[in-house]
Write a protein that binds this ligand. Structure first.
Ligand code: SF4
Length: 383
């Protein structure tokens, strides 16, 4: 996956480094990083399990709906604030569960409204999530794993490998922490699973969290406004297609041929570009959703005219949106942003061959916006 907090659709943003100003806060809200929690994570509990828990204590099933409403619409951070629940039930919930189990180790805000949270999980592992404001859109970019095993050479998230999958509750907690940063009259509108980790390597956790995100009793976000970004793991793409839920699929291509792609996205050595494209085609056929391909443009690496021409041949006959993202440099990595000339040449070649292409602007550059950068620059850890 791309792992860059860029706009999730055909929108552009006005971000100017000259005008940028940001604030950094280091804070600990919630679990004081590292200690294993004594209670269960309520966000991890499937609805049926919550109903069972309630029924064992003599409460009717409708209490589960009330609790859900408090969590996902009411933005409750404590059981005490769930004012229509009996006091006894609130006390019992507080005895057994935490709503949030992580803490916010660091928060960065940029002038363009992008906010990035470095979330410290209960076991001390750290992940990142981002809130992007663009017009009416309130999009969030969420992590699915601590670290990443895909090893994309230009990405800070994969530098230390993968530590573990996030649970459904840990994924939902990122969403809710970002939602709570919005004023009461604003709602989250879009979700992009494009933070740290490869979402399709944690399909059960990701799908369980997204079930809640799209449920009208949860965050109520249509699957058409939810994008799952992947480097392309064909068996997992087929499983996603079998779920018959029309999420948007964004496949990170980054190169038009196996030789270059295997250098940039090492997992490609075991898979190959053709099986990835075929799986993406099958997803398109089964979901009817237009595919998105992502291409991080690296100066002097994959931004040549011949790469652009080869890419047009790869995409020929496919209904796709091509998102090209000029690289956001990562300290300690040798890759650089492409020149303005190579960006415009690349764009012109794709457009003139009829490819639907969007050059996406980076948001929040001054706050270590590339995924994994904040964690890394702050000496972060997997666990
Ligand atoms: S290493 Fe992982 S997180 Fe980074 S771009 Fe690749 S798939 Fe995404």
């Amino acid at each position: 996956m791309t792992s860059l907090p860029v706009l999730p659709s055909n929108q552009t943003s006005e971000h100017s480094d000259q005008n940028s100003e940001h604030s950094d806060q280091t804070a600990e809200h919630g679990n004081e990083g590292g200690a294993q929690p004594r209670k269960a994570h309520l966000l991890n509990l499937p609805d049926d399990a919550l109903k069972d828990w309630l029924s064992e204590r003599g409460y009717p099933a409708f209490r589960a709906k009330q609790i859900r409403r408090w969590l996902y619409s009411g933005r409750a951070e404590s059981f005490d604030s769930m004012s229509d629940l009996p006091a006894k039930l609130r006390a019992e919930l507080a005895e057994s569960f935490d709503i949030f189990q992580a803490s916010e180790a660091h928060v960065s805000t940029s002038r363009d409204g992008t906010e990035k949270i470095l979330v410290r999980l209960a076991d001390g592992g750290e992940v990142e999530c981002v809130l992007l404001r663009d017009g009416d859109r309130r999009s969030i970019c969420v992590s699915s794993q601590v670290g990443c095993a895909m090893g994309c050479v230009f990405c800070a998230s994969g530098l230390d490998g993968v530590d573990r999958n996030l649970t459904r509750g840990e994924i939902l907690e990122q969403m809710l922490r970002l939602q709570h940063r919005l004023p009461a009259d604003e709602r989250l509108s879009h979700i992009v699973m494009m933070g740290m980790g490869e979402p399709l390597a944690n399909l059960p956790g990701v799908l369980a969290a997204l079930d809640v995100a799209r449920n009208p009793d949860g965050l109520g976000i249509s699957p058409r406004r939810i994008t799952i970004s992947t480097v392309g793991l064909p068996p997992a793409i087929d499983k996603l297609a079998a779920s018959k839920i029309p999420y948007n699929l964004a496949v990170s291509l980054h190169a038009p041929n196996d030789e270059l792609r295997s250098r940039l996205v090492p997992v490609n050595q075991k898979i190959g570009i053709e099986p990835v494209l075929s799986a993406a085609d099958r997803y398109f056929q089964s979901s009817g959703r237009r595919l998105t391909f992502e291409y991080v443009l690296l100066g002097g690496i994959n931004d040549s005219e011949s790469c652009a021409h080869e890419l047009t041949r790869v995409l020929r006959g496919r209904t796709v949106m091509m998102n090209v993202i000029p690289y956001n440099p990562v300290e300690g990595l040798p890759y650089k942003t492409p020149s303005k000339e190579s960006i415009s040449r690349f764009k012109q070649i794709l457009e003139s061959s009829g490819v639907n292409v969007m050059f996406r602007q980076r948001k929040g550059d001054e706050i270590d916006a590339a995924c994994g950068q904040l964690r890394r620059n702050r000496g972060g850890k997997t666990k």
